[in-house]
Design a protein around this ligand. Sequence first.
Ligand code: COA
Length: 331
Amino acid sequence: MTIRITGTGSALPEKIVTNFDLQELVETSDEWIRERTGIAQRRISMGETVATLSAAACQRALEMAGKTAEEVELILVATCSPEMLLPCCACQVQDIIGASHAAAFDLNAACSGFLFALNTAYAYMQSGIYKNALIVGSEVLSKLVDWSDRGTCVLFGDGAGAAFVEASAEDIVRDNGRKVGMECMVQGSDGTKGMVLSCAERPVDNAFISEKQTISPYIQMNGQEVYKFATRQVPACIHQALDKAGITAEDVDMFVLHQANVRIIESVAKRLKADISKFPMNLDKIGNMSSATIPVLLDELNRGGRIQDGNRLVLSGFGAGLTYGATVIVW
Ligand code: COA
């Protein structure tokens, strides 16, 4: 038994905000942002929500897979920026698309969220509980960003990506001899470093507390610590995943990495001794959308015909938590 991705979809807000637009808000420049991050523009919500973007991405993924919403058994939405604490976003998506037979819940592993959701679905399917799932990474980070903080506001964007995954009992073997499906996964967390990238919810407050706490509701980040973590941990967990699958970086056709920073991706490529051409990127156009970056890039590659049957992909991400993961898939 294995699971394979049979449909992908994505949805982005209409509004484009360029680095030049940000120059009007904070003391920064297009040159600084491009050089340090590789980002030129991002999409920003003008009313689109985590739920509506998720639903649109799911509908596209289902359409590609040739499935109806009624056939969906599980919906997992990875997000750290839902509009509602209750109901969860996955239940909102269930309602919008009409997936009346699905169990639905959210999961928060920040930028690694899509991978953690994919791995969770894999575990459910391995144990025979569900036969298919809609996996979503969706964020509207623009509402969590302090638009006067140049250290963070230039990095993030809004959007959603989805994948429809199905369990297959029979092996499908491609012409190159590779068996289709998920080969292995590695995931991990380091809560001791959690505060290097954080965003607070409401503080403890109730009728019995007289001293009110005030907190910043915006993203706080120690960029250099996150950078160090990513450039060390991402290659380490990819190596672990490759070892587990019994392969080397040379056996991988494409590394679909979390799109946070072009310098981080280049550093990972160097540490893996893999050619940078195997690392597709789209962060110049859409910035860091946390859990949405990997599924949005996957959808772009899939719809653009850049993934061939039998290709081996490594999906890998890192983010707040701190969390990290790598998953090896044959298409
Ligand atoms: N425009 C212009 N100057 C800026 C700026 C901006 N948008 N943001 C920060 N600066 C300034 C700083 O204030 C600092 O000025 P100073 O030297 O006068 O104090 C200077 O640039 C250097 O800041 P620093 O934070 O050391 O820059 P950096 O080289 O570490 O680059 C990041 C900053 C955020 C691009 C980089 O640390 C990074 O990419 N980290 C990873 C972040 C990430 O990926 N987060 C998401 C994880 S999912």
